[in-house]
Design a protein around this ligand. Structure first.
Ligand code: SF4
Length: 66
């Protein structure tokens, strides 16, 4: 399974649970996120190694042939 920046972005764009991580100084939110910010890497469900705590990453990659 691919785990690169392009795939993280493509998955997040299709994911209904994408929640941009909130941190001090981060200006983006769901409504203001620019296209570069939409990525599993910026999602609060992101977990290194597994990618998605909710196991949605694998499902979306498989369903969309990413
Ligand atoms: S980390 Fe999981 S919940 Fe977040 S955008 Fe990626 S697949 Fe969706």
């Amino acid at each position: 399974m691919k785990k690169d920046a392009k795939t993280f972005k493509e998955v997040a764009e299709r994911c209904t649970r994408f929640s941009p991580d909130e941190c001090e100084g981060c200006s983006f939110s769901n409504s203001t996120a620019s296209s570069e910010d939409v990525s599993c890497k910026h999602c609060k469900h992101y977990e290194p190694g597994k990618v998605c705590k909710l196991d949605l990453y694998r499902e979306i990659v498989t369903n969309h042939n990413l």
